[in-house]
Design a binder for this molecule. Structure first.
Ligand SMILES: *Cc1c(COP(=O)(O)O)cnc(C)c1O
Length: 386
């Protein structure tokens, strides 16, 4: 049996895999089992922030690996404390809880919101508003938060207490708030899985006003938009609002499993000893990787992300076969005249690996992708789209 056959036989059938086996890579180049080279416009879904096998990142991770690979959260460990400090200093948030995935970061955000509201406004105040077409994870609670029926069916009943408003429609939020008992509103600055759809600044300002008026918490799900992806450290910074809770994961540790839930002045005191926990959360290897990633996200690198983003928009918009381009930073959705799946298949054939989001071709390249490779990849996408 070859690897593809073995995988089909033994791995749970939860993914529709492309017919490619990736065996190694360097930077923004990937290689399959037959030695074919690809430009990586996916980075494992916005995970490999600095590309594959970045030297500085490898050094940071392996240095920690040779000291100790795991420490129980019942003891102190430097990488976790250093990372929490760094995240707080760069966001003006006050405390961080570490988990291992986006769903887990959102579970923490939801627990914090519920506990805050229960203590301040009473146990009935437990409604969390999320948006139609959102994606917040695959656990039973984060599925309930996810505003897409297709993910719900077959898993009912889900966790109670979620209502869905419409993105960029502030009246739909107001209507749900008027129904009462709203603890929090949770939004993705750019809906990723939903089709790379950014929120507007006006909508975010509206959310902030409603939140302030009603003592409702604002949660930014920055699992995909976080860690430099949008051209700011976190997407909310670009949209100009100040969340009370920020969840992040995907690109945080540059390829190692790590999630984080950041809490501001208002919410930092909500979690107390025993109210939440995670065995692997804040693992020193992942934390060492994340320290390296966050320290690499300098103003220069972020400016570069924005320049590259402008290049992609400029080069694709209005071209034959391209209906529209959406997104922020290096999180881009391309609506093509042809079926997106067909365009993606043609790209892979020509040595470029993008991914899909709804009916769009989605690009999530490494933030440090060399301009020359980006130009090549965009040219291939243009070719594939006609
Ligand atoms: C991917 C994603 C999640 C889920 O993250 P996992 O690490 O797969 O649990 C949650 N929210 C958003 C916005 C995501 O893009």
């Amino acid at each position: 049996m070859n690897i593809k056959e073995k995988d089909s036989l033994y791995v749970a059938n939860t993914y529709g895999r492309f017919d490619v086996e990736i065996v190694k890579g360097k930077g923004s180049l990937l290689y399959d089992d037959e030695g074919k080279e690809y430009i990586d416009m996916c980075t494992g879904i916005a995970v490999n922030t600095l590309g594959v096998a970045d030297e500085g990142w490898i050094n940071a991770v392996t240095a920690q690996l040779s000291k100790v690979q795991h420490v129980s959260n019942l003891y102190y460990s430097a990488p976790q404390a250093e990372l929490a400090e760094l995240l707080c200093k760069r966001t003006e948030m006050k405390k961080v809880f570490f988990g291992n995935s986006g769903a887990e970061a959102n579970e923490c955000a939801i627990k914090v919101a519920r506990k805050y509201a229960a203590e301040k406004k009473g146990a009935d105040c437990n409604i969390i508003i999320t948006l139609v077409n959102s994606f917040h994870g695959r656990t039973i609670t984060t599925l309930a938060a996810t505003g897409q029926e297709v993910f719900h069916k077959d898993f009912l009943p889900l966790t109670e207490g979620f209502k869905h408003a419409v993105a960029n429609d502030i009246e739909s939020v107001k209507a749900l708030v008027a129904e009462g008992n709203v603890a929090a509103v949770m939004v993705e600055p750019v809906q990723g899985e939903g089709g790379v759809l950014p929120l507007t600044k006006e909508f975010c300002a509206g959310l902030a006003a409603i939140a302030a008026e009603n003592d409702i918490l604002l949660i930014a799900d920055e699992v995909q938009t976080g860690n430099g992806r949008t051209g700011a450290l976190y997407g909310y910074m670009k949209l100009g609002f100040a969340p009370d809770i920020v969840s992040t994961a995907k690109g945080l540790a540059g390829g190692l499993p790590m999630g984080a839930c950041l809490m501001n002045e208002k919410t930092a005191g909500v979690l107390t000893a025993g109210s939440h926990g995670s065995t692997f959360g804040g693992n020193p290897i992942a934390a060492a990787g994340a320290l390296y990633v966050i320290n690499s996200l300098t103003d220069e690198l972020l400016a570069d992300v924005n320049k590259k983003s402008e290049y992609i928009f400029r080069t694709l918009e209005g071209k034959p076969g391209i209906k529209s381009v959406s997104g922020m930073g290096l999180m881009i959705g391309i609506e093509t005249e042809k079926d997106a799946g067909e365009v993606i298949a043609a790209c892979i054939e020509k040595g470029v690996i993008p991914l899909k989001a709804k009916n769009k071709v989605r690009l999530l390249p490494a933030l440090n992708i060399p301009m020359e490779l980006l130009e090549k990849a965009v040219a291939v996408i243009l070719e594939a789209a006609v």
